[in-house]
Structures are given as C-alpha cells and as structure tokens.
Design a protein around this ligand. Structure first.
Ligand SMILES: *Cc1c(COP(=O)(O)O)cnc(C)c1O
Length: 410
C-alpha cells in the first residue's frame, strides 16, 4: 500500500463485527469487567489478551497506537496524554541519575524546560548547535545515554541528518537516538527506516490536524538492544526483546505515573490522521509557494524555509525529507514593531502559539513562547526580536500571499 491508501486501510478497524460502523467506537470507560475471576487474573498476569483499566490500556487508544505504528514502520507504539508526557515518560523509563543527554539547541521550548527539570534528579543535558556526527564527537562522554533532536527544528527550521547521526551511533547499545518527528511527520520522514531508535511525536499538531486534542505518541523501531550496564533501568525489561521499552512504558510508567491518553482524544487523532497525507501535501506546497513569494516582497529581511535554496539546511532537507519540506517557515522583519504590525494586519493567519493546524497560524516567538528565556538561549534557538513563525495551513495559497502583501504595506 502507498501512503494515502495505508492511512485509510492499514489496521483499519471500525466496528464491522457488530454494527458495521466505519470508525472505531469510543470506549469511553474507565474499567473493563470480566465474566470470571480467572479471566481477570489471566489479564493481570499477561496470560490473556484483554483490557482491565484505561490507565493501562483501552481499545480506542490501542487502535490509534496500531495505526501510527504501522505508518512509522515501528515495532510498537505507546500513546500519552501529550507530547511532553511522551518525552517525559521516555526519560523516566530509561534514564538514571548521573546520565547525560545530548540535545540539539533548536529543540522545542517545552523539551528544554523538561531537560532542565531533570537536573534535580541528576540527569544533565548538553546542547549542540547542530546535531551532526562532528558535533556529537565533541560532547559525547562515557555517561551519554540519549541523543535527542527534532527532524525539523522548531523554530530554527534546521533539518536533522538522521542517516548520518544514526550511522555514527550505530549499534552501540549505550546511546539511544531519539528523533522528535512532530514537524516532519511520518509522511515526510520515515525516521525509523533511516536508523533512529525512537520516533516521538506531539500528535496534538499535524497528526491530529484540527487542534482539537492534546496527545503524544512514541514509536519504537525495536532494534535498540539496551546494554544493561549502561541502562540499569532497562535491565529487567530486556527479556522482552524488541518490546522491552513498550512493555516498561505500559507496565511501569502508565501504570505507576498515569500519563495515559483519553479514549476520546485517541478517537479524534485516528480520524484526523486519515487525512494526514493530503494535508501535508497541500500544506508543504502552500509553504513553498508562500516562502518564495515572501522572499520577493519588500520589507522582509529574510525568509527561512528548508525548501528554499537559501536555507543552510536545504541540501540536508532534500536528502532526508521526501514529498515536501514541511509547512513551517519564519520571516524576519526590520523590527519588533514591524513584526507586531504584520500580525495585527493579517486577516487569515491566527495569532496563536500552535503549529500544525489546517488554518494558517502566526506567532511572535520572542514575546510569547520565549518570553521567559534568556537572550543567549534565544540566539541559539534562532529567536530574534523581529522573527515571526508561520505555520502554513490548507487555505488557497493565493489568498495567503495577498494577505501578506497587504500586511507588509509600509
Ligand atoms: C508541541 C511540541 C511538543 C510538545 O507537545 P504537546 O502535545 O504540546 O505536549 C514537543 N515537540 C515538538 C516539536 C512540538 O512542536
């Protein structure tokens, strides 16, 4: 099956057996009863398939997990209450005090916040301006256990050379390579096939598509072999082979810490995901056309978009991404005042701190998402006073271009 067929038919599970419903029922229930005491005992001992309590498993959530797992070519997927819950759960499942993370300086602000929070548990993070084998060589130590980077960085829009980093880290078993695939999505980047160990998403963004549910999902390629000396936290789970991480995430993290996805939100994601391929195709082509038009407009200092030849990451993007260059672009105006003026004059782009919606969204990162971030950290992340981030939607691109033209009038 090719991608769009797959989105509709792979692991497609409505309710054929009972009602013929074409969509998975929303099992909006906390718990699942069993006919017999022996039956429930068997479920708790993992001797029988079945459900007991939604914190640990739910059929609507499982259906979403299976569909995203198939789309990413993974071995298993586990869904969470948010993208941040997915990243936090991964760190808590595998890392121990004394471990080090290496992360790309361009990662999402919430992720930077989380890595700072982990310091109180003795886990430290080193940032590299660009996540390349050369840069990793300089910062990796005996204690490094995780390399974390975004396939398309937000808002720097740097593109991760997934094959280069994965072949550099290959088969070590002591450093896990995690790719945050939120902005590229499985449509543009098959990160597990390119050698990343884990693909992680805020599915609140493109996977959902309409911004109607917060959620996160982790997909495991199942190839990482968990060197037990390096990962004492995974020692007891190694016996599950390719399912080691998924087993621990369900049986320990979801069970003990509780960051589970609600059935209703899993349903909204499953429905949203069916149009992911079509939306990405349209949003990427709109982004490229808008970026090219903006580059030619007066009053713009620069346009940053991986699809433009002027982007420092254009070559890497052409190799790593297929079918488009993503749907986020940033522009620099002359000043913060000019940037604010453009936001206030635009008719269609909504002024909002979100990405991945079907509608075009715009934000001034320095005064919002990065309001409390020190200036030096902002510089590393590429956030200047005159920067605007645009998440391009599925509108007719002529309307978007016209709208920016009028907003940029002197
Ligand atoms: C939004 C986002 C997150 C966090 O996800 P939530 O669902 O908002 O918790 C993580 N990484 C990236 C790249 C994001 O854009």
């Amino acid at each position: 099956m090719k991608t769009n067929t797959r989105l509709l038919h792979d692991r497609f599970q409505g309710d054929q057996a009972n009602t013929g419903a074409t969509l998975i029922p929303i099992y909006q229930t906390s718990a699942f009863g069993n006919e017999t005491a022996e039956g429930l005992e068997a479920i708790f001992h993992h001797k029988a398939a079945g459900y007991a309590y939604t914190r640990i498993g739910n059929p609507t959530v499982a259906s979403f997990e299976q569909r995203i797992n198939a789309l990413e070519n993974g071995v298993s997927a586990v869904a969470f209450a948010s993208g941040m819950a997915a990243i936090t759960s991964l760190c808590l499942a595998v890392l121990s005090s004394g471990d080090e993370i290496v992360a790309s300086a361009g990662v999402f602000g919430g992720t930077i916040g989380l890595f700072a929070d982990l310091e109180q548990f003795g886990i430290t993070t080193h940032y590299v301006d660009e996540c390349t084998p050369e840069a990793l060589e300089q910062v990796i130590t005996q204690k490094t256990r995780m390399v974390f980077a975004e396939v398309i960085g937000n808002p720097r829009l740097d593109v991760l050379d997934v094959p280069a980093v994965s072949s550099y880290l290959k088969d070590r078993g002591d450093i896990l390579f995690v790719a945050d695939n939120t902005l590229a999505t499985p449509i543009l980047a098959q990160v597990l096939d390119m050698g990343a160990d884990i693909s992680i998403h805020s599915s609140s963004k493109y996977i959902n598509g309409s911004s109607n549910a917060i959620s996160g999902v982790l997909v495991d390629g199942g190839r990482f072999w968990w060197n037990a000396e390096a990962f004492p936290a995974m020692k007891d789970w190694k016996k599950f082979g390719p399912y080691a991480l998924a087993s621990k995430l369900r049986q320990k993290i979801l069970m003990d810490m509780g960051p589970c996805l609600s059935p209703m939100n899993a349903f909204l994601n499953s429905v949203g995901m069916e149009t992911l391929g079509l939306r990405m195709e349209r949003q990427c082509s709109n982004a490229l056309a808008l970026a090219a038009a903006l580059e030619a407009m007066d009053g713009i200092v620069s346009v940053n978009y991986p699809g433009l030849a002027s982007s420092p990451w254009h070559k890497t993007a052409s190799r790593v991404l297929s079918g488009g260059y993503g749907a986020i672009l940033t522009i620099r105006l002359e000043s913060r005042e000019k940037a604010f003026q453009v936001i206030n004059r635009l008719k269609y782009a909504i002024n909002i701190t979100n990405v991945g919606d079907v509608r075009t969204l715009i934000v001034h990162p320095r005064s919002t998402i990065y309001a409390h971030t020190p200036t030096e950290a902002c510089e590393h992340a590429g956030v200047t006073e005159d920067l605007l981030r645009i998440s391009v939607g599925i509108e007719d691109v002529e309307d978007l271009i016209q709208d920016f033209e009028q907003a940029l009038q002197p």
